[in-house]
Design a protein around this ligand. Structure first.
Ligand code: ASP
Length: 331
């Protein structure tokens, strides 16, 4: 097996450009990847980030001619997995599929063992997923208004599951508790995959999670959906009212996902990974599966490092004052 260091890769890429200035491939064939790539998912298996990541990894692997192996590194609201990638060798063999937590972590965590902004090279946006407010099947309410009344009455006797501070479920829960002005006891998990198991079992009461995790459970009746936190109804759950329709206007949050490499990964490698991402987003089976789960791949013009970087920076700036005003810190 041949391994290419950063200098060798750059040198090879420069040579390729000199030799063939028109439509030159950034890497000569066979240079990258020559072995499997690891995609870190910073949450537990079986959850929504994992679901999106596995679908993307499979098609990227076909395009790259190498398996993209998913590894779940959950815990601490996604920061453990992000740290693993920020500190990985920047050779393209370790990538991160993460969500909106990349935009909230810099404000929520004042001390981290990695740089949550400059530690990464964005590769492209992947998808934006609606959230839903869900409850255990036998929760004593028939609609959102009744649920809010129960939450206000029972307050901290109720359990609210989330995937740790900075997770989408945490943010969505915060917005909900603020909207109804009632705190609940939060139960953190390594991801909302295991949290969903407990919600189905009825050992926790409520959760806010992506449709990529809740659509099939709501449809099967193993949990109850009370609202979609989007402006429009979600196509995969047409009977589910939006929060505004159900009486909580302004309770809106959706979750974007992006793909990242460690900082200083060579440009030709980034370019190759981006091409594989775009191939995944164009894949019909992936599109169909995303649609079944209430989401869609981003248009491919948004799956670029430049668009991703700008969007990410804007989202960091959007969340910072909200988090500071809420006085929420993870440490
Ligand atoms: N949906 C989770 C969150 O709250 C994470 C996951 O397990 O994918 O951010």
């Amino acid at each position: 097996m041949i391994r290419f260091g950063k200098r060798a890769l750059l040198g090879a890429a420069a040579a390729a450009v000199l030799a063939a200035p028109l439509a030159a491939p950034a890497l000569a064939q066979g240079q990258f990847p020559t072995r499997p790539i690891t995609m870190i998912i910073p949450f537990a298996a079986g959850g929504p980030t994992d679901t999106v990541g596995r679908l993307v990894a499979q098609v990227m692997g076909q395009d790259l001619g190498q398996t993209v192996v998913v590894e779940n590194v959950g815990g601490a609201g996604g920061t453990l997995g992000a740290q693993r990638v920020a500190q990985a060798r920047p050779d393209g063999y370790t990538v991160l599929l993460h969500h909106i937590g990349m935009a909230t972590t810099p404000s929520l965590y004042r001390r981290l063992a990695y740089d949550p902004i400059n530690g990464f090279e964005p590769l492209g946006l992947v998808t934006e997923v609606p959230m839903t407010l869900v409850a255990r099947r036998n929760f004593p309410a028939n609609n959102l208004q009744e649920l809010v009344a129960v939450v206000r009455r029972e307050r901290d006797k109720l359990n609210y599951a989330n995937a740790g501070i900075g997770a989408a479920s945490h943010l969505c829960g915060l917005l909900f508790m603020k909207a109804v002005d009632a705190p609940m006891t939060t139960v953190p998990y390594r991801g909302t995959g295991p949290a969903m198991n407990d919600l189905v079992a009825g050992t926790v009461d409520l959760m806010c999670d992506q449709t990529t995790n809740t659509t099939e459970q709501i449809r099967a009746g193993t949990i109850r959906g009370f609202a979609a936190t989007t402006r429009e109804r979600v196509a995969s759950l047409p009977d589910l009212p939006t929060a505004a329709e159900a009486g909580l206007p302004g309770f809106e949050v959706s979750v974007w996902h992006g793909l990242y490499a460690p900082r200083a990964t060579p440009a030709p490698v980034l370019e190759r990974l981006n091409r594989a991402l775009v191939a995944a987003l164009r894949d019909e089976n992936l599109g169909r599966r995303f649609a079944e789960l209430g989401t869609a791949p981003v248009p491919v013009e948004r799956a670029t490092p430049a668009v991703h970087r700008t969007f990410w920076q804007e989202d960091i700036a959007k969340w910072r004052p909200l988090i500071q005003a809420a006085g929420q810190y993870a440490d």
